[in-house]
Design a protein around this ligand. Sequence first.
Ligand SMILES: *[C@@H]1O[C@H](CO)[C@@H](O)[C@H](O)[C@H]1NC(C)=O
Ligand SMILES: *[C@@H]1O[C@H](CO)[C@@H](O)[C@H](O)[C@H]1NC(C)=O
Ligand SMILES: *[C@@H]1O[C@H](CO)[C@@H](O)[C@H](O)[C@H]1NC(C)=O
Ligand SMILES: *[C@@H]1O[C@H](CO)[C@@H](O)[C@H](O)[C@H]1NC(C)=O
Ligand SMILES: *[C@@H]1O[C@H](CO)[C@@H](O)[C@H](O)[C@H]1NC(C)=O
Ligand SMILES: *[C@@H]1O[C@H](CO)[C@@H](O)[C@H](O)[C@H]1NC(C)=O
Ligand SMILES: *[C@@H]1O[C@H](CO)[C@@H](O)[C@H](O)[C@H]1NC(C)=O
Ligand SMILES: *[C@@H]1O[C@H](CO)[C@@H](O)[C@H](O)[C@H]1NC(C)=O
Ligand SMILES: *[C@@H]1O[C@H](CO)[C@@H](O)[C@H](O)[C@H]1NC(C)=O
Ligand SMILES: *[C@@H]1O[C@H](CO)[C@@H](O)[C@H](O)[C@H]1NC(C)=O
Ligand SMILES: *[C@@H]1O[C@H](CO)[C@@H](O)[C@H](O)[C@H]1NC(C)=O
Ligand SMILES: *[C@@H]1O[C@H](CO)[C@@H](O)[C@H](O)[C@H]1NC(C)=O
Length: 839
Amino acid sequence: MGMAMGIMSLPWSLVLALTIAVVSAGDEAALLAFREQISDGGALASWNSSAGFCSWEGVTCSHWAPKRAVALRLDGRALVGALSPALGNLTFLRTLNLSFNWFHGEIPASLGRLRRLQRLDLSDNSFSGTFPVNLSSCVSMTEMTLRNNKLGGRIPTELGDKLASLKVVSLRNNSFTGPIPASLANLSYLQNLDLGLNQLVGSIPPGLGTLHNMRQFTVVRNNLSGMLPDSLYNLSSLELLNVGVNMLHGSIPDDIGSKFPMMKTLALGGNHFTGTIPSSISNISSLVALGLVQNGFSGHVPPTLGKMGALQYLNLADNKLEANDNKGWEFITSLANCSQLQKLILSNNSFGGQLPGSIVNLSTTLQQLYLDDTRISGSIPADIGNLVGLNVVLIANTSISGVIPDSIGKLENLIELGLYNNTLSGLVPSSLGNLSQLNRFYAYNNNLEGPIPASMGELKNLFVLDLSKNHQLNGSIPREIFKLSSLSWYLDLSYNSFSGPIPNDVGSLANLNILILAGNQLSGKIPDSIQNMNKLSGDIPDALASIGNLQELAVDGNVNLCGGTPQLHLAPCSTSLLSKNKKKMQKSLVISLATAGAILLSLSVILLVWILCKRFKQSHKTLSQNLIVDDHYQRIPYQVLLRGTNEFSEVNLLGRGSYGAVYKCVLDNEERTLAVKVFNLGQSRYSKSFETECEAMRRIRHRCLVKIITSCSSINHQGQEFKALIFEFMPNGNLAGWLHPKSQEPATSNTLSLAQRLDIGVDIVDAVEYLHNYCQPLVIHCDLKPSNILLSDNMSARVGDFGISRILQENTSGGMQNSYSSTGIRGSIGYVAPGDWNS
Ligand SMILES: *[C@@H]1O[C@H](CO)[C@@H](O)[C@H](O)[C@H]1NC(C)=O
Ligand SMILES: *[C@@H]1O[C@H](CO)[C@@H](O)[C@H](O)[C@H]1NC(C)=O
Ligand SMILES: *[C@@H]1O[C@H](CO)[C@@H](O)[C@H](O)[C@H]1NC(C)=O
Ligand SMILES: *[C@@H]1O[C@H](CO)[C@@H](O)[C@H](O)[C@H]1NC(C)=O
Ligand SMILES: *[C@@H]1O[C@H](CO)[C@@H](O)[C@H](O)[C@H]1NC(C)=O
Ligand SMILES: *[C@@H]1O[C@H](CO)[C@@H](O)[C@H](O)[C@H]1NC(C)=O
Ligand SMILES: *[C@@H]1O[C@H](CO)[C@@H](O)[C@H](O)[C@H]1NC(C)=O
Ligand SMILES: *[C@@H]1O[C@H](CO)[C@@H](O)[C@H](O)[C@H]1NC(C)=O
Ligand SMILES: *[C@@H]1O[C@H](CO)[C@@H](O)[C@H](O)[C@H]1NC(C)=O
Ligand SMILES: *[C@@H]1O[C@H](CO)[C@@H](O)[C@H](O)[C@H]1NC(C)=O
Ligand SMILES: *[C@@H]1O[C@H](CO)[C@@H](O)[C@H](O)[C@H]1NC(C)=O
Ligand SMILES: *[C@@H]1O[C@H](CO)[C@@H](O)[C@H](O)[C@H]1NC(C)=O
């Protein structure tokens, strides 16, 4: 019996062995050709001839002979290079996933031969060129994801004509232009269409309203115009409709409430929609997020919004919505029914009348409450402390008066509290000291009075405190404030009635960048050499000496400064320095002391601006080194760059962009490493980019910006024009590389600690703030992203790549306060920009 079994089984094993041997030599050749074109950093080490290709990393074969590759999944393997057309030979492929790599160049047209391909995912690479029309031959395709690449040109009509099985299409975040092809209306199985973040124009084709399987439709951030086609309201399966940030107009139909029974996210922000918000919208009980921000909506907010029991986000900011004491505020009462509400943003509308007391009945899940830039009056309800979930509160630029309620101290999760530009009066409640998470507190331009409570010294996480222009705040400045070592951005107590001495504890403000005490009646021992700037370099006054390391002093543009060393080029001091013009202040430590009875009796304000650049703790450069702005850049000839980069070899390539490429360059006779950005001069716009960047770099310098060493404009060895900028080399690469490490395993060597992230964040804010607010002329970077944030050897961050920055006119408007406070809260955590709820 056993014998018989053995004999019987023999042919089977033979058959099996033979079958295994029958693999497609064609597939192996195609895979090897694919590997040939890329560098894999070892990720494809298993792709060797000692094993059949079916066992290679990322390759899946069919079960039956002949063995054919049916899936190639190499997502996130840090592969670099072009995509070989040979992939078109893997004709049994059903899944091709190469997402999250560094592929560049065009998507080969030969992929059109993959008639069995169902899922194609090339997202998060750097593919360029146009959408290959041949892809429309992949007639089995159900899912096509090309998002986060650099593809351009029009979306081909053929896409809609042939790929009839498509369910998911994402072309998000490319550079597609032209209209949305009407042919997409043929894709009757389509469930998810994401064309967001392109440059599409024209209107939304009405035919799309016939795609009844559609669940998610996103065209956010394009340049689409016209009205939403009526047919779109026929898509009763829609769960997400995001048409934010386009140029659409029209109004929301009155019966919207019966159109979208499944809708979770409705985002119409950043368009030109007008009319009222129909009350039927409250009937969409599935709605989680409603974004109508930045439109022209008017009238009253429907009083029934609270029927949307699932609502978490409601953003109505920047419209013309109305309310007054008689009518219009009912919706606040109603919203108390939304037990999951997290963000309520009502900023910048025509809301007037008293702030309804029922606001304190909102869900304790509420995290963010924005009521700024409205005409709301009345007072902050005494029970505001009920809303214990709050982490951001902004009640600013309103007509709110009355006191800051004591109960505010119960909001222990509060991170940002903005109460500026109101008419609040009374004392600063000492309960504020309980807000141990608070990062920023702005209450300037109110009528607050009395002393600052010493309890504020408990705010161990505070990094901005602005109580300026209350005029009536008085008493001595509690020494506890000066012990808040977390205070790093600025402390502004100016234009109040503080008196007494500056406590010696001021030295504990080791991290502070800006201190403004102007317009008070401070007295007592003034730091010795306050009028003697000649001594600043060597002899920093005692009380201030310990504020960080006073190492860099830059005073250009400070019209209020006088005296100092000749290098500072400042006017000699005179008595006419009372100007309150602060607009040209740079990153500064402003100490202003109104010194009744002091030597300069007639001066009520002395402004002294010191720039602290305290994070260079390890370097002890002398003041003069940092003061001298050497306009005499060293010259580096083309030949030296050619040698230093090994003839601009790929080995030294640090990065590539549309402008050209950046190479690492080691100067031959010195051990100095530089980064050379070579501009692609084929197209005139990159020549412009070179000039923009040169100009930007010539005019600006800041410790948090990449330092330019020189530029090189020459003729290359092929006789063509050559332009390059030469920067300090940043050994730790860019932030993007750290945030999205290509290697699979997180390790301390490739991840950033929280502290490092914070430091980097602070550096970036510093740099951008300098560019936007203090640099003359103002520079708008326009392209700030992790890949443009470079990291030095000690992991401090520098902003680079000014190729597309915009240099604004030489005049600036608005003082320091404006620039801080307006960028301060509104643009901070969680202010949901239009269209940023998405999939
Ligand atoms: C792809 O297939 C074609 C013909 O089918 C063949 O000529 C070519 O050599 C193949 N390429 C690779 C890399 O296998
Ligand atoms: C070849 O691949 C196998 C796995 O398929 C691996 O064990 C072996 O180390 C590889 N050989 C080389 C030389 O990389
Ligand atoms: C491709 O891989 C990515 C990342 O692992 C994954 O999120 C995505 O769903 C995959 N795409 C397809 C079409 O399976
Ligand atoms: C692209 O498609 C056309 C028409 O089907 C075909 O003639 C051509 O060979 C295809 N190109 C490639 C590279 O497969
Ligand atoms: C867009 O895609 C690029 C890669 O091409 C990526 O660096 C960038 O972060 C993406 N932007 C957004 C908003 O997703
Ligand atoms: C696809 O749509 C276009 C334009 O809407 C139409 O002219 C064409 O007939 C449609 N093709 C198919 C196969 O339905
Ligand atoms: C958007 O379209 C309008 C005209 O429809 C045009 O004036 C504008 O320049 C376009 N904007 C962009 C960013 O393409
Ligand atoms: C919506 O669908 C209904 C029924 O399918 C149809 O009669 C109507 O014409 C459609 N409306 C629009 C504007 O397409
Ligand atoms: C909301 O739905 C209810 C029940 O379906 C209906 O009676 C009511 O008229 C609707 N409200 C609005 C404003 O459309
Ligand atoms: C309160 O929300 C529930 C759903 O959570 C809803 O059924 C009910 O109608 C709402 N009540 C009011 C008065 O809006
Ligand atoms: C208020 O909204 C209008 C219209 O959306 C906008 O133009 C304006 O800049 C906004 N004002 C503020 C202070 O945000
Ligand atoms: C505060 O009010 C002043 C005028 O009183 C105004 O100039 C300033 O822009 C306001 N600040 C902000 C951030 O809106």
